[in-house]
Design a protein around this ligand. Structure first.
Ligand code: SF4
Length: 74
């Protein structure tokens, strides 16, 4: 799993729980968005964690969020 203290995580503003996103630092955060709904998330539907290309070799939390969030096209 990606550690929030990981330098890449800090650089991208990644948190394992989207509820903890710093909305002052990240005014682009949209309530309800999370890794599971991100185009870059590679975990299966309903998974609790999955790979993200921004964190090679690690898993991000399905409920996480980072500043590179890109809404998945439905
Ligand atoms: Fe989560 Fe998307 Fe950021 Fe990857 S790019 S950590 S899937 S929000």
């Amino acid at each position: 799993m990606v550690d929030e203290a990981d330098p890449t995580a800090i650089a991208l503003g990644y948190v394992a729980a989207a509820a903890r996103v710093d909305k002052v630092k990240h005014p682009n955060f949209v309530e309800g968005s999370a890794c599971i709904g991100c185009a870059l998330y590679q975990g299966a539907a309903g998974s609790e964690a999955g790979p993200c290309p921004l964190f090679a070799g690690k898993q991000v939390s399905a409920t996480g969020w980072c500043a590179s969030y890109a809404k998945k096209a439905i």
